[in-house]
Design a protein around this ligand. Structure first.
Ligand code: NAD
Length: 363
């Protein structure tokens, strides 16, 4: 079957890691018609806008995209192009697996957990009031009328909306993910003891949804600060974590750190019948154009994409090839060598070549 996929190379190291991932995905033999589209700084230079309509239209049409990291220039109207894409397409579930691969530098081994982050609300909803503006002062005055609470006049304010609808939707997604991926446990992470009407609602909705799966998947609850400690002390105790947006963002980086860092952490943003796959890392501008960074996170994002496309055999083959290259430790980038200045480290495209070689040899 031929799949039409939008490819957004992105900024900084984006084009290099996207090219590496594209080459590896093509080497699986899966037939893909790539439609290139721009977003971020490169789109701004070409079209004068950070997120052109044609890019969103391309993703809407193809329903699947592979995206490199994007720079959001400071002071250009958008809080983040990435957040804007997620909101425009209602990609409400962010899926970030954290899996240990033999050969990666890490304090831990045998970790295999998945962070599922709510992507549409919370402090990332973008409802913010700048310190000193008349509307901010008006809001402060209204709040003091509604609640017996003082907010200092020189405050900036960010609003944290969390709805029953989005909470139920993401927890249901987490349970369905657990069922389909033969996972045993879902842990809901919150701070409901303090934020009773936002995190409290998230937890209450989660408990209700969990009842529907009570004889199929285990369910447990954890407070986010305690969760951060438990992840560092005994990460193997966890399987699928489901969290509101901000905690999900923070703990997914923590989990990436548990298994070797950003160079190998893949991700997916999923909505109803539409998905954008991207590495957890950003555009690392200082390495742009140097053929230096690790393409693994982007290649593994491609593996997630192949699974989403139901190309399981190709996904398994590509993941095994990556695993094997990392385990051998020869044709790997600087970050996977014992020391970052190891003279035997290879470039981004050379690591992709090694993955392709493994893939072809295993066929
Ligand atoms: P970053 O992830 O780009 O880089 C931080 C550091 O992580 C790098 O200096 C490098 O040491 C390491 N690193 C990142 N990717 C790596 C790779 N593939 N291989 C090896 N090492 C790697 O984070 P940042 O510097 O905070 O952000 C830079 C830009 O990226 C900002 O403009 C930010 O907004 C953007 N960003 C975009 C996304 C996205 O598009 N999804 C995500 C995060 C940050």
């Amino acid at each position: 079957m031929l799949h039409s996929i939008t490819l957004i190379p992105g900024d900084g190291i984006g084009p290099e890691v996207s090219l590496a991932a594209k080459r590896c995905i093509e080497a699986t033999g899966v037939k893909i018609d790539w439609e290139e589209a721009e977003a971020g700084q490169c789109a701004h230079e070409k079209y004068g806008e950070l997120l052109p309509k044609r890019t969103l239209d391309s993703i809407r049409k193809n329903k699947v995209a592979l995206k490199g990291p994007i720079i959001t220039p400071i002071g250009e109207g958008f809080r983040s192009v990435n957040v804007a894409i997620r909101h425009a397409l209602d990609l409400y579930a962010c899926v970030r697996p954290a899996k240990f691969y033999q050969g990666v530098k890490s304090y831990y081994r045998d970790i295999d957990l998945v962070v599922i982050r709510e992507n549409s609300e919370d402090l990332y909803a973008g409802i913010e009031f700048q310190e000193g503006l008349p509307k901010t002062l008006q809001l402060i005055s209204e709040i003091s009328k509604l609640q017996d609470k003082k907010i200092r006049q020189d405050s900036g304010i960010s609003i944290k909306p969390i709805s029953k609808f989005a909470s139920e939707r993401i927890v249901r997604f987490a349970f369905e993910y657990a069922l389909h991926n033969k996972r045993k446990k879902v842990t809901i992470v919150h701070k409901a003891n303090i934020m009773k009407f936002t995190d409290g609602l998230f937890l209450k909705a989660g408990r209700e949804v969990a009842k529907e799966y009570s004889n199929k998947v285990l369910f447990e609850e954890a407070i986010v600060d305690n969760m951060a400690m438990q992840l560092v002390q005994k990460p193997k105790n966890f399987d699928v974590l489901v969290l509101p947006n901000l905690y999900g963002d923070i703990l997914s980086d923590l989990c990436a750190g548990l298994v070797g860092g950003l160079g190998i952490a893949p991700g997916a943003n999923i909505g109803n019948g539409i998905a954008v796959f991207e590495a957890v890392h950003g555009s690392a501008p200082k390495y742009a154009g140097k053929n230096k960074v690790n393409p693994t996170a982007m290649i593994l994002s491609g593996v997630l994409m192949l699974r989403y496309l139901k190309e399981e055999a190709a996904a398994d083959g590509l993941e095994s090839a990556v695993k094997s290259v990392i385990a051998k430790g020869e044709s790997v980038t600087y970050d996977l060598k014992p020391s970052p200045d190891d003279p035997t480290s290879v470039g981004t495209q050379q690591m992709a070549d090694a993955v392709i070689h493994e893939l072809i040899c295993s066929k």
